[in-house]
Design a protein around this ligand. Structure first.
Ligand code: ADP
Ligand code: ADP
Length: 215
């Protein structure tokens, strides 16, 4: 399976990508996670990416591509679900070119649609585990009681000012990318409003309708 999740920050890309990865043995490739790990490990790439991430801006294409390409190679350019990548037409073109070369083109780009008010609710109450990176929501998916609360943190870019900034960046960049994938016939809109299970069921239905899932 070769899938991409697109959608605004907080749409539920990570949540749904993890579920698909667990169900079908896919590599979940989140460029946000890869960038945060590079920053944590103080790699040269992480040091270059840090100011962009902290400002809620997109990290330069070349840096993100280096991380995404290496992750794709680990599973021989198959069995992956991309989350938060591509975010620019340049990234999409590089990805297409690489997958064309290896004869494994993308099958579907799932475009999660969620209105802004709900995004703010989801992001402002999102919490992450400092070590495992596990994703929680204080109301909809609270951390279990046996998890040490001091390890549950809010991402700095999930504070209100940074959320607004990221939404603006999204609005300014997503349209050309959507058009790009619509023109390729790969883009399928998925309503991201509703419970996590409801959204999962919609995604399953799309994958069946597109012939990606046969069962
Ligand atoms: P979100 O939960 O908002 O979708 P991510 O964890 O995917 O956030 O991304 C966090 C930050 O990492 C982004 O605001 C951006 O700075 C950087 N980033 C992640 N993926 C990309 C990408 N494909 N291109 C450029 N920057 C990226
Ligand atoms: P993204 O990867 O698109 O930024 P996440 O998957 O991290 O989004 O989801 C953002 C927040 O909203 C997280 O705290 C997550 O637990 C929560 N969340 C995700 N999907 C839903 C849903 N369908 N209903 C309620 N909360 C959700």
């Amino acid at each position: 399976m070769r899938l991409v999740f697109m959608g605004p920050p907080g749409a539920g890309k990570g949540t749904q990508a993890k579920r698909l990865a667990a169900a079908y043995g896919l590599r979940h490739i989140s460029t946000g996670d890869l960038i945060r790990a590079a920053i944590q490990n103080e790699t040269p790439l992480g040091q270059k990416a840090k100011p962009y991430l902290e400002a809620g801006q997109l990290v330069p294409d070349e840096l993100v591509w280096e991380l995404a390409r290496a992750a794709l190679a680990e599973r021989h350019y198959d069995h992956f679900v991309l989350d938060g990548f591509p975010r620019t037409v340049q990234q999409a073109e590089w990805l297409d070119e690489l997958l064309r070369q290896v004869g494994r083109p993308l099958q579907v780009v799932l475009n999660l649609i969620v209105p802004d008010e709900l995004i703010i609710k989801r992001l402002s109450r999102r919490r992450v585990h400092k070590i495992t990176g596990e994703n929680y929501h204080l109301d909809f998916n609270p951390p279990p009681p046996d998890v040490d609360p001091s390890l549950i943190i809010q991402r700095p870019d999930d504070r209100p000012e940074a959320i607004r900034q990221r939404l603006e960046v999204y609005r300014a960049t997503h349209e050309p990318l959507e058009q790009y994938y619509r023109a390729c016939g790969l883009l399928v809109d998925v309503d991201g409003v509703g419970s996590m299970d409801e959204v999962s069921a919609r995604i399953q239905a799309v994958l069946k309708a597109q012939g990606v899932l046969t069962a």
